[in-house]
Design a binder for this molecule. Structure first.
Ligand SMILES: [Zn+2]
Length: 285
């Protein structure tokens, strides 16, 4: 697979889910080998989108460099990963990526409208060769080599929303093939009874029914309902795809998890990179 960047720059603006601040971002084509990186234009600081730079994972994935932060990077990274874009500069003039409609749909559709540009170099991929696992008191995630019939990144998630919403599980096979149709439209979500707590933590200042699903008594409060019966789990897949892109590579392997979140996936990446024996980086056709 060739390296990919954008055909031309694309701009977005909106509010951040947690800070409520208004932010402008511009995705700009970038040269071979540059990777995905943020450029905080108001502070003149470059922040590469890698797991080393993660500083917190509480309700969003937040990265920083030189004490300059970009919050809630996961949905934009998910869109770039789903579209196989591996070189892109993200100009951002404030602290948080706009939440837009709560999914990665707006990013994906706008990028596809302007088109992708193939670059004269093959992409490196990261192939899992040894299983790695991260567990904590409520859940776990593991990455293992694909079985011989599986290609690309496969994701198999289970969760239990503890009486808050019906239990759901989802398996997305060969994700590279169905990200745009199956995953990119799934919106972020929260539970009504958690809203006061999140507000007390100074979070979700920009949250509304226009950019998040809110579940109360096992039903969405959003007047148009859900986009998919299992939209919540699909959004969890969207988040996993975004967080895994902090590896810096498209991953070939199988991700399995229970009650996953940003904390679990980022720690799984730390585990993955703790030994060179766990993975192989190479080019594929
Ligand atoms: Zn999310």
């Amino acid at each position: 697979m060739k390296s990919l960047t954008l055909n031309e720059s694309i701009s977005f603006n909106g509010v951040g889910l947690h800070t409520g601040v208004k932010t402008n971002i511009t995705l700009r084509p970038s040269h071979i080998g540059s990777g995905i990186f943020f450029n905080r234009t108001d502070k003149s600081v470059i922040i590469p989108a890698t797991w080393h730079n993660v500083i917190s994972t509480k309700f969003s994935t937040n990265i920083a460099s030189n004490e300059t932060e970009v919050k809630t990077v996961e949905h934009l990274l998910s869109a770039l990963s789903g579209l196989h874009i591996n070189n892109c500069e993200i100009l951002i003039d404030n602290i948080e990526v706009p939440i837009l409609d709560g999914s990665s749909k707006v990013f994906v559709e706008s990028i596809l409208k302007k088109g992708l540009k193939q670059q004269d170099s093959e992409q490196n991929i990261l192939e899992i060769v040894k299983p790695v696992k991260f567990s904590c008191d409520y859940g776990f995630a593991e990455l293992s080599p694909n079985s011989s019939k599986d290609k690309g990144l496969n994701i198999n998630l289970e969760s239990s929303f503890d009486g808050k919403y019906e239990d759901q599980d989802i398996k997305i096979s060969n994700l590279n093939g169905n990200y745009i149709e199956s995953i990119s439209n799934a919106r972020t979500f929260g539970f009504f009874h958690e809203i006061e707590y999140l507000k007390s933590q100074n979070l979700i200042k920009g949250g509304s029914l226009d950019n998040a699903i809110v579940i109360k008594d096992k039903k969405p409060l959003n007047k148009d309902g859900l986009r998919y019966e299992n939209e919540l789990m699909r959004h969890k897949v969207l988040d996993v795809v975004g967080d895994l892109y902090l590896s810096g590579y498209p991953i070939v392997g199988t991700y399995k998890g229970f009650k996953t979140g940003h904390f679990i996936t980022v720690n799984l990446l730390k585990e993955l990179f703790s030994s060179n024996d766990n993975y192989k980086i190479h080019k594929i056709n």
